[in-house]
Design a binder for this molecule. Structure first.
Ligand code: PMP
Length: 288
């Protein structure tokens, strides 16, 4: 992704895409002192932009550093990146990290940096697969307990297990992996939250050791607006057999239907089709 035309916002300036580089002694590269965001623009408008910018700042604080840019400034920088690259429908990747100003586990002396890139990304999962529902592997790695890591931070370090699980799923011919948490309860996919349906009721794991996604919160609102009951609770894998539908939510994944997860099979219910349409209408400005 480094060899292409375009502009990346880097510590306050737009720099040519190929020149947006960091030094090999960057603290973040050695000690994972990095946090990031992922958001989409639809028709030139970035969906829930300030919520993403606020989460970026919060993610950094949770791993011990403060960004010298306010939410308003990060919002403005995101808009600038979109315009500079002539993008209307795009995926955007803000990333913040501790730099190479000093070396050692102790981050003292490092400076916070921020870069924002944007590009055309289309759908997260291949549309022909998503139409029938994607197939999930069961991850070998579990989401860590909240007392072992700041699990509400969108911190790069927490993506090591997600990335390994996604690679294993891919190698096995799956589209993604379903991850359990340290207790063995159902958690989420490697980059998206999980929702289940049964008898017109939605069930979703309580986000106590993984991100309470912005798309997840949006979906819960949309469902409740339709009068659909949403239960946030502990879900054990044994219960998966009894659910009719399963879908994932995320800024990149949007609303994606799941056909299977390990040995369990699901249908695409009319309710989840309705909610996917509501989400599409909302992000495209067709729903208040
Ligand atoms: N969980 C993980 C691990 C993710 O990477 C994401 C994507 N940011 C989500 C959940 C969904 O979050 P959001 O809806 O805010 O994009």
């Amino acid at each position: 992704y480094d060899d292409r035309d375009g502009w990346i916002w880097f510590d306050g300036k737009l720099v040519p895409w190929r020149e947006a580089n960091v030094h090999v002694l960057t603290h973040a590269l050695h000690y994972a002192s990095s946090v990031f965001e992922g958001q989409r623009a639809y028709g030139g408008k970035i969906f829930r932009l300030s919520d993403h910018s606020a989460r970026l700042r919060r993610s950094a604080e949770l791993i011990g550093f403060e960004l010298p840019w306010s939410v308003t400034e990060i919002d403005a920088a995101c808009e600038e990146v979109l315009r500079a690259n002539d993008l209307v429908d795009a995926y955007m990747r803000p990333v913040a990290w501790r730099g190479s100003e000093s070396m050692g586990v102790n981050p003292i002396g490092t400076k916070p940096h921020l870069a924002i890139a944007a590009w055309n990304w289309g759908k997260y999962y291949p549309p022909e697969k998503a139409a029938k529902g994607i197939r999930l592997d069961l991850a070998e790695w579990r989401r860590p307990a909240p007392y072992t890591a700041p699990t509400q931070s969108k911190a790069a370090g927490l993506y090591m297990i997600a990335s390994m699980s996604k690679a294993k799923a891919d190698a096995g011919g799956f589209d993604d992996a379903l991850m359990m948490d340290w207790r063995g309860q159902v958690a989420e996919a490697t980059g998206a939250n999980a929702f289940f349906l049964r008898d017109g009721v939605i069930h979703t794991p309580t986000p106590d050791c993984f991100l309470n996604g912005i798309t997840r919160q949006t979906l819960i609102d949309l469902a409740r607006r339709r009068g659909v009951e949403v239960q946030e609770r502990a879900i054990w894998p044994e219960e998966l057999e009894s659910f009719e539908g399963f879908f994932l939510t995320g800024s990149a994944a949007e609303v994606t239907f799941v056909q299977s997860a390990g040995p369990w099979r699901f249908e695409i219910t009319s309710l989840q089709q309705q909610l996917a349409k509501d989400y599409d209408d909302l992000v495209n400005g067709r729903l208040a």
